[in-house]
Design a protein around this ligand. Structure first.
Ligand code: KIV
Ligand code: ZN
Length: 388
């Protein structure tokens, strides 16, 4: 079968990188529930955990591997044989197992985290991939802190691990350091300079310390990466990981990019709520795609334009991400078109003068009350008009 060059694989790490957030730990049954939802969303790869980190994590990977069929199930390791042994053992029941092994690639990590040299780290990287390859065919290698690594050393590392058998090479911006053009150029450099790069898929794994995780991930895809790693709601330690729903909807909205995923976007909203509840991590109201206000129009100018043609202020249809519906919020900034819209929805038809009168009383009410609901509107109309 021919490989589609424009297909982007989506790798979810909500249950591994996402779950590293303090206070967000999940039980195995909760993880299984999320994994099943991720499968139904169409996620290609689920990173189920880091089996060597604890017996609980080991068991979660085992149970997730048993619970899902279509996605690849991936387990994280350091470049240590005992980690790789644990991952291989935990993945025994996976239909499509992947081991995700790796090591630091920046001089900062090499010197101050590993107290080592570039040469020694390169040897360890290659040895880890070769060792993991004894257990499974599908090996992803991560070059930790690639965002700050020397590009020539990074290219050498990527080339060496592909020669050792890596099928996916992950280029993490572990500290969320890069600017989009820097990160995109790194991916382009690897694509153009690494021997046999086409034998592996380049993966982008970005963190959000500067609020650039989504932009960097998209820059990576535009420059040749074909796997994107992230989490639902962008959950993750510090400022979080790339938000999967954002990247997927960017590719869908900008179809001129020519890239596509296999994701059933209509399930995003429900899954977002499930992850938020189980992880006890609220979604900020103005969060793109899944925030409570993502499809709420509140200023008079926007409401008027939206009511004339929703595309004036709506680049994504709420139903495409499973959001209940767009809303016209009534506040003191709302115009009379918005008030008319809501009154008609409740069955009141007003002529111009009646609407002007109702609008004046509405403004007085809205100045003293934050949320104007249907009961308030009905109260406003008492005695003024007969219902249609
Ligand atoms: O951010 C990172 O570098 C990681 C790796 C372990 C893949 O999460
Ligand atoms: Zn990470």
């Amino acid at each position: 079968m021919l490989h589609d060059p424009n297909r982007v694989y989506v790798f979810d790490t909500t249950l591994r990188d996402g779950e590293q957030v303090p206070g967000c730990q999940l039980t195995t049954p909760e993880k299984i529930e999320i994994a099943r939802e991720l499968e139904s969303l169409g996620i290609d790869i689920i990173e189920a955990g880091f089996p060597a980190s604890s017996p609980g994590d080991f068991q979660s990977v085992v149970e997730i591997a048993k619970a899902v069929t279509n996605p690849t199930v991936c387990a994280l390791t350091r470049a240590h044989q005992k980690d790789i042994d644990a991952a291989a053992e935990a993945l025994k029941y996976a239909k499509h197992p992947r081991i995700h092994t790796g090591i630091g690639s920046s001089d900062m990590h090499i010197r101050t985290k590993f107290n080592s040299t570039r040469e020694e780290i390169l040897e360890r990287a290659v040895a880890a991939v070769k060792y993991a390859k004894k257990f499974v065919e599908d090996i992803e290698f991560y070059a930790e802190d690639a965002g700050r690594a020397d590009i020539h050393y990074l290219a050498l590392m990527v080339e060496s691990v592909i020669a050792a058998g890596a099928t996916v090479v992950n280029i993490p911006d572990t500290n969320g350091y890069c600017l989009p053009d820097q990160y995109g150029s790194k991916i382009r450099f690897l694509k153009e300079n690494v021997k046999n790069i086409d034998k592996a898929i380049i993966s982008v794994h970005c963190h959000n310390d500067l609020g650039l995780a989504t932009a960097n991930s998209v820059a990576g895809l535009q420059n040749g990466a074909r796997q994107i790693e992230g989490t639902i709601n962008g959950i993750g330690e510090r400022a979080g990981n790339t938000s999967i729903e954002e990247v997927v909807m960017i590719l869908k909205t900008h179809h001129d990019l020519g890239l596509h995923t296999n994701i059933n976007t209509k399930q995003f909203y429900e899954l977002s709520r499930m992850v938020s509840t189980q992880m006890r991590m609220p979604v900020q109201p103005n969060k793109a795609i899944v925030g409570a206000n993502a499809f709420a129009h509140s200023s008079g100018i926007h409401q008027d334009g939206f009511l004339k043609n929703r595309e004036n202020y709506e680049i994504i249809r709420p139903e495409d991400v499973g959001f209940p519906s767009a809303s016209i919020v009534l506040t003191a900034r709302s115009g009379r078109h918005a008030l008319k819209f809501h009154l008609e929805r409740l069955g009141y038809t007003l002529n111009k003068e009646e609407l002007a009168d109702a609008y004046a009383r509405f403004l007085t009410l809205a100045d003293s009350k934050l949320n104007i609901d249907d009961e308030d509107l009905k109260g406003l109309m008492v005695g003024q008009l007969a219902k249609v």
